[in-house]
Design a protein around this ligand. Sequence first.
Ligand SMILES: [Zn+2]
Length: 273
Amino acid sequence: MTMDLSNLEIITESDLAEAVGEGFTEIQVSEHVLLTLSACEYVHNHSIILSRRDAGARADFALRAEIIQAGRKLWERHYVDGSGGNISARLSNQRVICTPSFCCKGDLTMSDFAVVDMDGIQTEGEKPRSSEILLHLAVYQAVPQAHAVIHCHPPHALAYALTGTLPQGGMVPEHEVFIGDVALAPYETPGTPEFARSVLPYVHGRNMILLQNHGIVCWADTVTHAEWMVEVFDTYCRTLILAARLDADLVPIPEPKIAELRHLRNKLGLPPV
Ligand SMILES: [Zn+2]
């Protein structure tokens, strides 16, 4: 059953709870509706279908909600500060939706987003596109499997990036399965075409790149999964930094067991190491 809430400019959690309480599972909304953050969470947690005029609009709408959630998680976990970091997702092979420039990723709203073509030309949205969209587009053009890209500055990963070293691999199963091989890209000025090109030698066979003196960029099949990659990688870096303070040698996972983890990684469809 579909409830028509297209007369509302803002939809709150209580609007949705009321509709669900009456047995509605699909909500018709207006094209420019704003959802509160708690409403976005409610949509996600209750598998509510939000419908607009066409399927493309629905996909656009769902992606906005997913990016808002990911942005808030990045901000809550201190992976972005100020207006730092950016998130994008493919709408099609020719269109990418992205966060705007100069906007806190913990405060995104449904109307904040920009849509660009594969040359970075903005075609939709009132706010200017992310200054790092060229980096995202470089990944999309080189990695067809990438459907979402996140660039951010998680502090423990950045600590490694400041030293120009990569965290030692082979220590924690989750890192081996979800992150695998990580490359270190040389420093380039953020927002420039040179910066976007700096990651290209490292994108194949990976989903995570450490950016010298800057942060990370990673990609996945969904925005949610890309955000998970950030969490797994920064936690791994933090754990290694903690372990380095202990007066003991690190004990790696035995090589035959690493092979089992790589097999699991391949089963999940992640880039083979
Ligand atoms: Zn950055």
